[in-house]
Design a protein around this ligand. Structure first.
Ligand code: SAH
Length: 418
């Protein structure tokens, strides 16, 4: 673990370490500005070298957390910050001349920008989307036209298992009947044998949502798997899974290091999603409870726990604040596992958690609270409330999950003053 830093120090340390590749890739990425920069909604930091991006994020965190966190550690960046997105969504449409086009939506519009050499998306996934595009004429597949509502193929989503190398292709279409589907599957699989499943998702509504509710598996199991910190997780077309698993693993490792588990603790994993953090933590804890509001995520979490033969974890589908209040009022026993947590891990959405959650959490006096945040502003806001309730942030560290964007993940350890 690196020592806490001042901005000057961090600059020095990175030079001393001589991480030549990072420097080079930082310089390279600042030179090779994407032709779609400023139009495509994908990157905010095009043209900014990677070292500068990290320094910028460090400064942002330092400003937000100074006076709130006792120690701030330098952000963990990527050795190669390009092509990290393991989930690629591409939209089909017609250009002004009525010719099919494939690309990403322009920022805040539904106008398609062609981005064949995207700098942050998985390269193989981009090749697969291009191959699908080139197969369209021979299969007489018409792309969907948003204006008229006619056409068949709307989107393609590619997801890659980072550790497993499995690829899932989801074709979002307006109709459940896919023309010559066997031949289409064969044509794709011949070129890309790493595609382990192909799913047809039906979305016939005039909506900006990519996926519709119904899916039909055309090939394989209908889902892929990936591994993080030695556990296996299922990724279905609609399930939430961090798009940068390499950095997610570092994020979770830091969170677990902060959690300081010895095998005896009761852990509460609030906002647990598909159970990833809790399942990994369960290997080093006595009992874990995951709380999550989204029904599909809870279903995936239960599946993931079974897949990993994790028996000391349970999931509760409930609003995290309500659960905390019930638990702190001693009514957690209403549902099995309602014990006071020794360690509380929370990973809320960008909007952060609630004052009521913080109040109830503090009342239970967990030994350690690990706050995993994807919104630095709300993290700072919530840390202030925690401090009022006697919990001080001992250390914090950023992890760069989204190079070339302004997004910033942070892990923070809080302990009670008394
Ligand atoms: N810890 C998980 C997911 C974090 S994303 C991971 O690392 O993958 C935040 C999660 O909080 C989402 O799954 C979202 O569905 C859930 N969520 C949002 N509001 C919630 C609430 N009020 N109560 C419980 N869960 C909530």
């Amino acid at each position: 673990m690196a020592a806490p830093f001042s901005i000057l120090e961090i600059k020095k340390r990175r030079n001393i370490k001589g991480r030549g590749n990072i420097m080079e890739s930082g310089i390279k990425s600042s030179l090779q500005k994407c032709p779609a920069a400023g139009r495509c909604g994908g990157c905010d930091l095009q043209g900014v070298g990677y070292d500068q991006q990290l320094a910028q994020k460090n400064r942002q965190l330092k400003k937000l957390l100074s006076g709130l966190a006792t120690e701030l550690y330098p952000i963990q960046g990527m050795d190669d910050p390009t092509h990290y997105r393991c989930k690629v969504n591409a939209a089909f449409g017609l250009n002004r001349k009525g010719k099919p086009v494939l690309g990403r939506y322009e920022k805040n519009t539904h106008h398609i920008v062609q981005t064949p050499d995207c700098m942050i998306e998985d390269e193989r996934a981009c090749e697969i989307t291009q191959a699908i595009y080139s197969l369209l004429p021979s299969f007489r597949i018409r792309v969907y036209d948003e204006d008229s509502g006619y056409g068949f193929l709307r989107h393609v989503q590619i997801r890659r298992g980072w550790a497993t190398g499995q690829y899932m292709v989801t074709l979002v279409c307006t109709d459940p009947v896919f023309p010559s589907k066997q031949n289409f599957v064969k044509a794709l699989r011949t070129r890309f044998p790493e595609i382990s499943t192909i799913v047809l998702n039906i979305n016939d509504r005039h909506t900006s949502m990519v996926l519709g509710e119904r899916s039909i598996t055309l090939y394989g199991k209908g889902y892929i798997e990936d591994q993080l910190c030695g556990s296996t997780f299922r990724i279905s077309p609609g399930s939430f899974y961090q798009i940068n698993p390499a950095q997610t693993q570092r994020l979770y490792e830091t969170a677990l290091e902060y959690a300081g588990l010895t095998g005896r603790e009761h852990v509460l994993d609030a906002y647990c999603g598909t159970g990833t953090i809790g399942i990994i933590a369960a290997k080093r804890a006595r009992q874990v409870t995951g709380v999550e509001l989204n029904r599909d995520a809870v279903r995936d979490a239960v599946w993931n726990a079974r897949r990993n033969r994790t028996e000391n974890i349970r999931f509760i589908k409930m609003d995290a604040t309500e659960y905390m209040e019930q638990l702190s009022a001693g009514r957690g026993g209403l549902r099995e596992g309602g014990k006071r947590p020794d360690v509380l891990i929370l990973d809320p959405p960008r909007s952060g958690t609630t004052p009521r959650f913080i109040e109830a959490a503090a009342r239970m006096r967990p030994d350690r609270i690990v706050y995993v945040s994807c919104g630095p502003d709300t993290l700072a806001r919530d840390l202030k409330l925690f401090r009022k309730k006697g919990y001080q942030a001992q250390k914090a560290q950023g992890v760069d999950l989204f190079p070339f964007t302004n997004h910033l993940e942070t892990v923070c350890l809080l302990t009670h003053n008394g």
